[in-house]
Ligand binder design. Structure first.
Ligand SMILES: CC(C)(COP(=O)(O)OP(=O)(O)OC[C@H]1O[C@@H](n2cnc3c(N)ncnc32)[C@H](O)[C@@H]1OP(=O)(O)O)[C@@H](O)C(=O)NCCC(=O)NCCS
Length: 180
């Protein structure tokens, strides 16, 4: 998965995984909900109004990655994470526009931290566009702090470079489980 497809939005062409299996194999039952790559891509496209949402093919690749995990808030939001070698990355999080501001984003990030610890991660990290104020607010509230910057990592719809901030949170002090 190219770096530019993570968490936020840069406009390079998607790279699909090379292995293709029948579509039914991509289905995952999580908390009784059937999730398809198409449904995730559709919600992603609604959540990200600027380039570029992930394609169903990209979600297909992540859903069969044994190190990746998907967290759902009904059909209003989801978070995709990955934990490996003591580190957990928040790959993307999206809440439907009409469901924002009700705490779903914070809840998803809280659940991500909890799952990261369950999977043995000691550190969690993510990348976020500098101008993405709502996402940065959610991450800061969850204890992430800025640990780096990738200059000009993203492009605005008008073609202006936007820095990516790398945010990090140490989990050794314990990540609180979700409240509900
Ligand atoms: C980021 C996102 C997941 C947050 O989801 P959400 O369900 O609205 O988040 P919450 O309701 O838990 O928290 C919203 C918080 O964002 C903050 N916020 C919202 N809009 C804001 C803005 N324009 N500027 C600054 N902070 C803002 C508020 O502090 C709010 O917290 P509060 O309720 O305590 O006031 C959602 O906005 C989204 O899907 N965005 C598009 C996709 C995206 O950018 N994903 C992250 C990529 S790195």
């Amino acid at each position: 998965m190219p770096r530019d497809t993570r968490c936020a939005r840069r406009g390079a062409a998607p790279v699909a995984r090379s292995v293709r299996l029948p579509r039914d194999i991509w289905r995952r039952e999580i908390r009784g909900l059937a999730v398809t790559p198409e449904a995730l891509a559709a919600l992603h496209a609604r959540a990200f109004t600027t380039p570029r949402p992930w394609s169903a093919e990209e979600f297909s690749g992540w859903l069969v990655d044994p190190l990746a995990f998907l967290l759902l808030e009904g059909d209003a939001g989801f978070l995709l994470g990955r934990a490996v070698a003591g580190e957990a990355e928040l790959l993307t999080v999206a809440v439907a526009p009409e469901a924002r501001g009700r705490g779903l984003g914070q809840r998803l990030v809280s659940r991500f931290l909890y799952q990261a610890r369950l999977r043995g991660a000691e550190v969690a990290f993510l990348e976020v566009a500098e101008d993405n104020a709502p996402a940065r607010a959610v991450y800061s509230k969850a204890g992430f702090t800025e640990s780096g910057r990738r200059r000009g990592y993203y492009r605005s719809p008008g073609g202006h470079p936007i820095d990516a901030l790398v945010m990090r949170r140490v989990l050794a002090d314990g990540a609180a489980p979700p409240s509900t």
